[in-house]
Design a protein around this ligand. Structure first.
Ligand code: SF4
Length: 455
C-alpha cells in the first residue's frame, strides 16, 4: 500500500509535493518525485518522510509543468531500501516513462519471465518495464497500460508520466485501491485519496472508476475503459484502517463507515464498562460509534506521540521499537475503571499487548479489548503487508480465549464479517483476509506466501 500523486499544470512539482504530504499516512519508507524537463524526465527519490527527505526549497527549484510522486509502504522487496522506491524511471533520451504505483502484482515473476526475460527486483519495476515495452511495441502509452491491465493479476492504482509529455492515471478493474482526480482549465491533479485532492481546493473532484484509464497531454483529457470486466472488489481494509477518515472511497465517507463499525460492534457487546477509550488515531472513529451504541462516555485514556508515525506500516524492527514509545496513559481517565479499548483491527497482537500492559501499569480496573473488524486469518497479496499466516495472531488459533490471553486482556470482542459489510454498505468488497475467499479464481496461498513472505 502506497500513496501516489500527480499534477499537470503550472507549479507541478510543488503541487505534487503538497499532495504527497497529505498522503504521508500511506507510506513512510521513501518519497519520490519525477518531473519533466526539456532534456528528459528527472527523478528525485529519497528514504524517509516527505518533508524531511525533500525540502520545500528544493521542490521549488524543480520547475516543471508535469510531476508525479510516490510515498512508499513496501509490501514486497526491501524495507526502507532504494530497491522498490518509486517513481520507477525507465528509458533514456526522448523515450522515457516514469511510474508511481500503489498495489501489488501477484504474477510479476511470471510476467517478467514471459515478456522481459530478466529477474526483477520488484513488481513496480516489472510494471514500469512492461508499460515501456508495450508503449514501444504499440506506439501508444494508453494502449500499453490497457494491455498491462489484461495481463496482471493483482491490484493497482497508478500514475505514468511519459516524455511526450503525457500524464496517465489508471485504476485496476477490481477497484482495489483508491484513486481520485480533479480536472479544470489547464490542469489535472490526481491522488490516492480524495482528502489529498481536497487540500488543493481545486473544486470538484471525481473518483477514477475501476478499470478506467485517464490520459492528459496538457490540452485534452481522454478516458478509456479497460477491456477486462471483473467484479468490483475494493479493499475493505481501506475502510478499516488505511484511508484517512476524511477521505471518500467509492462514495463512502471513511469516518462514517468506521463509526458504523463501532455501532455494530457495540450492539454485539454486553460487558459492563465505565469508559470507552480509543486507540489513537486508528480506533477513534469506531470508538465513537461504540460509545454511541453502548451509551457509555468516550474519553482520551491513551495519548499518542505525534512524532512517531503509523507503526502498522513500519518495518518489523522499527514497529516493535516505536510501539514501546508511541503511547502514554492518562491515569485519571482509566485508574480503577472497567475500560473498553477500541481499535480498528488486531493483526499481530504485539502492539495491543503493549497497550494492555501500559493500562495495567496505569492502574486500570479491567481491560476489555474491542476490535471494529473481524479476525484477520488469511494473508493479503493485493497490497497490504501481511502476506503470511505466520504473522497473524488469529490465524494461529480460532479460540478467542487464547488470543485474549496472548494480548493479556480481560476480554476480547471482534466485529463480524456481516457487521463489517453492513458498515461499509457496498454491494461487493474484497474480504479475503477475513474469509479466505480471494477475488481471483486460482489463488495458491501456500505458493504466494513463499513468494511474498518477508519473515
Ligand atoms: S485481502 Fe484484505 S487487505 Fe488484502 S485487499 Fe483484500 S480486504 Fe484488502
Amino acid at each position: 500500500m502506497c500513496g501516489i500523486a500527480a499534477f499537470y499544470g503550472s507549479n507541478a512539482s510543488l503541487t505534487t509535493y503538497k499532495l504527497l504530504i497529505e498522503l504521508q499516512h500511506r507510506g513512510q519508507e521513501s518519497v519520490g518525485i519525477s518531473i519533466i524537463r526539456p532534456d528528459g524526465i528527472r527523478n528525485v527519490v529519497r528514504p524517509g518522510y516527505v518533508v524531511s527527505a525533500i525540502s520545500p526549497g528544493e521542490v521549488c527549484s524543480l520547475t516543471s509543468n508535469l510531476a508525479i510522486g510516490h510515498v512508499r509502504y513496501s509490501t514486497t522487496g526491501e524495507y526502507m531500501g532504494r530497491l522498490g522506491a518509486q517513481p520507477v524511471l525507465i528509458g533514456d533520451g526522448g523515450k522515457q516513462i516514469s511510474l508511481a504505483f500503489n498495489g501489488n502484482i501477484m504474477n510479476y515473476l511470471e510476467l517478467s519471465k514471459e515478456f522481459l526475460g530478466v529477474k526483477p527486483s520488484s513488481d513496480s519495476e516489472v510494471l514500469a518495464k512492461l508499460i515501456f515495452k508495450f508503449t514501444e511495441d504499440l506506439g501508444d502509452a494508453v494502449e500499453a497500460v490497457r494491455k498491462v491491465g489484461v495481463l496482471v493479476k493483482g491490484s493497482y492504482s497508478l500514475a505514468v508520466m511519459t516524455s511526450e509529455p503525457r500524464l496517465i492515471i489508471a485504476r485496476d478493474p477490481y477497484g482495489f485501491k483508491p484513486l481520485a482526480y480533479a480536472a479544470g482549465d489547464g490542469f489535472v491533479a490526481a491522488a490516492s485519496e480524495t482528502a489529498s485532492i481536497e487540500s488543493l481546493k481545486l473544486g470538484e473532484w471525481k473518483e477514477v472508476m475501476p478499470g478506467t484509464i485517464i490520459s492528459y497531454d496538457g490540452k485534452s483529457l481522454e478516458e478509456v475503459r479497460s477491456t477486462v470486466s471483473n467484479t468490483f472488489t475494493p479493499c475493505v481494509f481501506e475502510y478499516v484502517y488505511f484511508s484517512r477518515p476524511d477521505s471518500i472511497f467509492n462514495g463512502v465517507q471513511v469516518h462514517e463507515a468506521r463509526v458504523r463499525m463501532g455501532i455494530y460492534l457495540g450492539n454485539l457487546d454486553n460487558e459492563v464498562v465505565d469508559v470507552v477509550i480509543p486507540v489513537p488515531d486508528s480506533g477513534r472513529s469506531a470508538a465513537l460509534g461504540y460509545s454511541m451504541s453502548r451509551k457509555v462516555a468516550i474519553n482520551e485514556g491513551l495519548m499518542r506521540n505525534r512524532y512517531v508515525g503509523r507503526s502498522f506500516i513500519m518495518p518489523p524492527t522499527m514497529r516493535d521499537f516505536f510501539a514501546d514509545t508511541k503511547y502514554g496513559v492518562v491515569k485519571s481517565v482509566i485508574c480503577g475503571k472497567k475500560v473498553a479499548v477500541v481499535d480498528d483491527s488486531l493483526i499481530r497482537g504485539t502492539t495491543m499487548r503493549k497497550i494492555v500492559r501500559l493500562l495495567r501499569d496505569g492502574g486500570v480496573g479491567k481491560v476489555y479489548v474491542r476490535i471494529a473488524s473481524p479476525p484477520v486469518r488469511y494473508p493479503c497479496f493485493m497490497g497490504i503487508d501481511f502476506p503470511s499466516r505466520r504473522e497473524l495472531i488469529a490465524s494461529k488459533t480460532y479460540d478467542i480465549s487464547l488470543i485474549t490471553k496472548a494480548i493479556e486482556a480481560d476480554s476480547l470482542l471482534y466485529n463480524t464479517v456481516e457487521g463489517l459489510k453492513q458498515s461499509v454498505g457496498l454491494p461487493s468488497l474484497c474480504l479475503a483476509c477475513y474469509t479466505g475467499v480471494y477475488p481471483f479464481a486460482d489463488v495458491n496461498v501456500d505458493c504466494l506466501e513463499k513468494t511474498f513472505s518477508r519473515l
